[in-house]
Design a protein around this ligand. Structure first.
Ligand code: GLN
Length: 287
């Protein structure tokens, strides 16, 4: 049955998914998942025949993708930093944009004067899959990291991700933003909070339709949670400690104003690879 060759099945599927700019890639990721092989296998063995069960499983995934279900929810995982993370409908799908926040948090100039092996205390607020906390922990095994989320379902996924990636220096706590944290103890707080305005039409199109709304939307202007995090974070940081927040491309000035209002100093915004405002850093004043 020639239609069950890898290359033929893939060509059909990418045609079926042609409405999406990532149709071909999506088809490859889904077929590699069904075969439990790396994507490179598809190009190495294009003539290999699939059995009926594999064809049926692949067709089912392709039709769910046609309905808009994100590839990460269909395969159950997403790559972030150098980690493979489990994702479910209870978690946001980690975005490459968020790697900027990880890079900035790892910059040794942020916390100068610390011994390389000093224990740095960090909190990741709204950890979701654990993406940020686990990326930091994998790079800095001696950091003491707390990852907070109010969703017990997300925390179950995040704990599983820590175990699967052999990461032992993250403690997962259930709660809202800084509620479970000790005051005045943290060197660094990082967060990729929800920051989309709740009536933003983008919430109704594309892959985000399938992601949890509380992980994406935050009040009429998208800044409700950022305001709360700014207010709560200052007393949780040591003096001189930093808060790093991811936000929307058009929210840099607004977020800087919120942080100034909350009493932070040395506030600055960094841009992502596309040149958009993406992460704002702010410091608890030293004096
Ligand atoms: N911190 C997680 C991430 O960046 C989840 C963020 C969220 O749910 N808003 O992927």
């Amino acid at each position: 049955m020639s239609s069950a060759r890898i290359d033929v099945v893939l060509a059909q599927a990418s045609q079926a998914l042609a409405a999406s700019t990532t149709g071909r890639l999506d088809a490859e990721l889904l077929l590699a998942h069904v075969l439990d092989k790396p994507r490179s296998y598809l190009f190495t063995w294009p003539e290999q025949l699939l059995d009926c069960a594999q064809v049926a499983a692949f067709r089912q995934l392709v039709s769910r993708r046609q309905m808009g279900v994100p590839v990460a929810y269909l395969t159950g995982y997403r790559e972030f930093w150098h980690l493979t993370l489990k994702v479910t409908e209870a978690t946001l799908i980690p975005r490459p944009d968020t790697e900027l926040l990880v890079e900035l948090a790892l910059n040794p100039e942020l916390l100068p004067g610390q011994e390389p092996s000093a224990t740095i205390r960090v909190a990741d607020l709204g950890t979701g899959t654990g993406a940020i906390a686990l990326a930091l922990a994998s790079e800095q095994p001696h950091w003491d990291i707390v990852a907070v989320d109010k969703s017990p379902e997300a925390l179950t996924v995040a704990r599983e991700n820590a175990a699967n990636n052999q990461i032992a220096n993250v403690l997962f706590l259930e709660g809202s933003w800084c509620d479970p944290l000790t005051q005045g103890a943290l060197n660094l707080i990082v967060s990729n909070p929800p920051y989309i305005a709740s009536d933003d039409p983008h919430l109704k199109i594309g892959d985000v339709r399938f992601e949890p709304i509380p992980a994406l939307a935050s009040g009429a202007d998208g800044l409700q949670d950022i305001r709360q995090i700014a207010k709560q974070s200052l007393p949780c940081l040591v003096t001189g400690g930093w808060l790093l927040l991811e936000h929307g491309y058009d929210q840099g000035a607004l977020v800087r104003a919120v942080l100034a209002q909350a009493g932070f100093s040395q506030i600055r915004t960094e841009t992502d690879l596309a040149g958009h405002d993406r992460v704002t850093l702010a410091r608890r004043p030293v004096g």
